[in-house]
Ligand binder design. Structure first.
Ligand code: XUL
Ligand code: CO
Length: 449
């Protein structure tokens, strides 16, 4: 895809041109070694499989601050005194970056794009103005919106939650924000709308009516769904599970918790899951586990691609460079038939110590190459008949005879007892874990060539 690479009247990333695929032998840090958008794998191009998106917040808003010190990067697009001027400059820088990186999608929170006003009406007005401009930038560059969302966790009013806040006035305020963010998402043609329940949880179980809060959350989501559909949003609502941080406990703990909640409240289908790697690991699961649970429930919607640090117990949001994670993740995605209208959003930030402007590009290029390699390797593994028989073969006893009757629910407990008594001690069957893991390593070396 060839696009205009900078928009507006100034270039924010001078000296960096269009990032291109140069192949695995290239030693150019600003080139793709594996991500070749037009390359066909398993019947689709890499661009169609991976549907990469860049997030607005980490990349254009955050400057590297941590709880112990201020930011280490000062952005050329964040210097003007007027907030709307800064928002416009940031938008131009963002679209220049998206275009140069050659990603097809982007994602935003309402108040990444526009600054929050002094009232509901002023905030709506700020957002509307920026959405109009973002629409123009989308038309100029060919970029599309993967998803929009509302930031219902940063403002101090949300310290006790948004949809689950014990104060109705705060719940209504959150609804106003979601309404405007849904309007913005529809206006920009977004394929999805995300709810990450950052403060939907508790700090203290003893001062919290969890039954009531969870009921409020379901009502809130239902009303958001109804409003979205009423204004023509035909995309997917996504819940992004995360077990903790900022709260001690968050209700959308992990994929299986959210699946149960959605099914219990009749929301499954309209709502699917946005699985974030570092959130899955905080819940004590590998990334691929939460992907698999969502895919098994036909509720895999989209991915927030990043990784945690195995030695740190918090959301480090590093770029996803662990090849095993990408391989295991893409195996699930391919087996699920793809991401549909979802995508792979880099909800990742460069380290506080990474202060060169090119580091933003290098980080995204690495993540895109890692998932492109993950796709190639996953396709190679899934095409290996040994791999299929190692998994499916373990369940062969359910393919016919009494096993099949069990799956068809035709055997009661007494009948099962009689079968067991007649069979005697079951034969021991190896799980062959090391063989499976060795096969994956063999394919990593072969397919990455
Ligand atoms: C926070 C997080 C959010 C959501 C969108 O951990 O992942 O950025 O993706 O609100
Ligand atoms: Co996220």
């Amino acid at each position: 895809m060839s696009r205009k690479v900078f928009v507006g009247d100034r270039e924010y990333f001078p000296g960096i041109g269009q990032i291109r695929y140069e192949g695995s032998e290239s030693d150019n840090a600003l080139a793709f070694k594996a991500y070749d958008p037009a390359r066909v794998v398993a019947g689709r191009t890499m661009e169609e499989h991976l549907r990469f998106a860049v997030c607005y917040w980490h990349t254009f808003c955050a400057e590297g601050a941590d709880p112990f010190g201020p930011g280490t990067r000062s952005h050329a697009w964040a210097v003007k005194t007027d907030a709307m001027d800064r928002s416009r400059d940031r938008l131009d820088a963002a679209f220049e970056f998206f275009s140069k990186l050659n990603v097809p999608f982007w994602c935003f929170h309402d108040f990444d794009l526009a600054s929050e006003g002094a009232s509901v009406a002023e905030s709506e007005e700020n957002l509307r103005a920026m959405v109009e401009l973002a629409g123009e930038r989308q038309r100029e560059t060919g970029l599309r919106l993967l998803w929009g969302t509302a930031n219902l966790f940063s403002h101090p009013r949300y310290m006790n939650g948004a949809a689950t806040n014990p104060d109705f006035a705060v719940v209504a305020r959150a609804a106003a924000q979601v309404k405007a963010a849904l309007d913005a998402t529809v206006e920009l043609g977004g394929g999805n709308y995300v709810f990450w329940g950052g403060r939907e949880g508790y700090a203290c179980l003893q001062n919290t009516d969890t039954r009531r809060e969870l009921e409020h959350m379901a009502i809130f989501l239902e009303k958001a769904r109804d409003y979205g559909r009423s204004i023509g949003f035909d995309g997917t609502f996504l819940i992004e599970p995360k077990p903790m941080e900022p709260m001690k406990h968050q209700y959308d703990f992990d994929a299986q918790t959210v699946i149960g909640f959605l099914r219990h409240h009749g929301l499954a289908g309209d709502f699917k899951l946005n699985i974030e790697a570092n959130h899955a690991t905080l819940a004590g699961h590998p990334f691929a586990h939460d992907l698999r649970m969502a895919a098994d429930a036909d509720l895999l919607g989209s991915i927030d691609a990043n990784r945690g640090d195995p030695q740190n117990g918090w959301d480090t949001d590093q770029f996803p460079l662990d090849l095993y994670d990408c391989v295991h993740g893409m195996m699930v995605v391919l087996e699920a038939g793809g991401l549909g209208r979802g995508g792979l959003n880099f909800d990742a930030k460069i380290r506080r110590e990474s202060t060169d402007i090119e580091d933003m590009f290098i980080a995204h290029i690495g993540g895109m190459d890692a998932f492109a390699r993950g796709l190639l390797i996953a396709d190679s593994i899934l095409g290996d008949p040994r791999m299929r028989s190692l998994r499916q073969g373990r369940y062969a006893s359910f393919d016919s005879g009494d096993g099949e009757r069990f799956e068809n629910r035709d055997l009661d407990l007494a009948a099962l007892r009689d079968i067991a008594a007649g069979t005697g001690e079951p034969a021991q069957t190896s799980g062959k874990q090391e063989l499976v893991e060795n096969l994956i390593n063999d394919h990593i070396v072969r397919a990455a060539r």
